[in-house]
Write a protein that binds this ligand. Structure first.
Ligand code: XIL
Length: 368
């Protein structure tokens, strides 16, 4: 090849490089801010956000930039849970949660509250304290203290998380938890009553998983029953559907669409609160895996976003750099890192990012 040709080749390569949109990676997204998940969502009246944890935000500047480029909202993975806030009785530590609130506000992001009443991640002293003579006081004080601390800095709350579990075979399909044991099912409306009294204008959500697929129909029914009784008393504003999807499970769009319509007909909002795709059953090959993840997600999102009551979508981790999907028992058996988040571990967009974007672009506009 002559030097002239070589030069030409180099020049055309440079030219091609200039044409490759910078926006193919999070780092260059400032180049076209409208080509972000948050703006695509906003154009439809939907809030797009992601779950994060405080150290990621504090220590990883590139990740922070990726969050700001794609998200209008963050949700703390753990920092607002009881087990995090009060390891020992009376020793409240809001510092990590406050750091996230501060980061959100400094960057015009919303922040959701997650979560007040959850059977999991309880401080070790709580189950015994709840069972004792002052159990009711501990329960009520926890809810009041946390809500009063954050006040209106938090846009909405998952008041009760994962309270339905048909496998526990109890009446009403309630999960067998320290709360249920001590107070009976009334602990659920009671939590909402307290929350309403502390923050009368903050939307309050019931949040759960395991209702996305058809074989979880009995859980769907029980959730609907619970929502219906809470909403009759004006205690709940919406349902959070965690949306932890899994390759290999068959998603029945029609049945789920009609469940969403049932929830909406109660006058409730719906949020997809912890969206991600577990790829442990997908092949190792990255291109195939990414395609399967994207296809599975698209079918789900196309269906859910069609319901106008669905007002928010939160990815449970924006990138494969930080994801609970790599932690057993959710991790792949072959030890390969999971690919269930919209950006890869280098914060580059993946087919899943495109699938989310396409589903948002195709969603009907929500009334404001
Ligand atoms: C998970 C977090 O992602 C992890 O980092 C943490 O160790 C455990 O909790 N349902 C929920 C979330 O409501 O709070 C959970 O988050 C995932 C399942």
């Amino acid at each position: 090849m002559s030097s002239r040709n070589l030069d030409f080749t180099r020049r055309s390569l440079l030219k091609t490089a200039a044409l490759v949109p910078l926006a193919s990676g999070a780092v260059g997204q400032e180049a076209d801010a409208s080509n972000s998940l948050k703006s695509k969502a906003a154009r439809r009246g939907i809030t797009f956000g992601c779950g994060v944890s405080a150290p990621q935000i504090a220590k990883d500047q590139a990740f922070r930039a990726a969050v700001m480029a794609d998200c209008a909202e963050i949700v703390p993975w753990a920092e607002m849970k009881w087990g995090f806030l009060e390891r020992e009785e009376g020793s409240l530590d809001f510092s990590s949660a406050d750091a996230l609130v501060q980061f959100a506000h400094a960057n015009s992001l919303k922040i959701r509250g997650h979560t007040l009443v959850w059977y999991n991640n309880l401080p070790p002293w709580v189950p015994q304290a709840l069972a004792g003579p002052d159990g009711r006081r501990f329960y009520e004080t926890h809810i009041r203290t946390v809500l009063s601390h954050f006040g209106t800095k938090v846009v909405n709350w998952d008041v009760v998380n994962e309270a339905i579990e048909p496998n526990d075979k109890l009446p009403g399909s309630y999960r067998n938890s320290p709360f249920l044991k001590r107070f009976g099912p009334d602990y659920i409306p009671h939590a909402f009553e307290i929350a309403r009294s502390v923050l009368p204008h903050t939307p309050l959500y019931y949040n759960d998983y395991g209702i996305e697929y058809n074989f979880q129909g009995s859980k769907r029914d029980a959730v609907l029953e619970l929502l219906s009784s809470l909403s009759k008393r004006g205690l709940v504003d919406g349902l959070g559907i965690q949306s932890h999807l899994k390759i290999g499970l068959w998603f029945d769009a029609k049945a789920f669409r009609s469940f969403l319509a049932d929830v909406a007909s109660l006058g409730l909002s719906i949020l997809l609160t912890e969206f991600d795709v577990n790829d442990m059953r997908a092949p190792a090959d990255i291109a195939t895996r990414d395609r399967e993840v994207a296809d599975h997600a698209f079918r789900y999102l196309e269906t859910t976003l069609d319901e106008k009551a669905v007002k928010g979508l939160v990815a449970w981790g924006l990138s494969d750099r930080y994801t609970w999907l790599d932690v057993p028992p959710f991790a792949r058996r072959d030890g390969l890192p999971s690919r269930g988040q919209p950006l890869d571990a280098k914060l580059q967009r993946k087919p899943l990012w495109d699938a989310i974007a396409r589903a948002l672009d195709g969603a009907p506009v929500r009334p404001s």
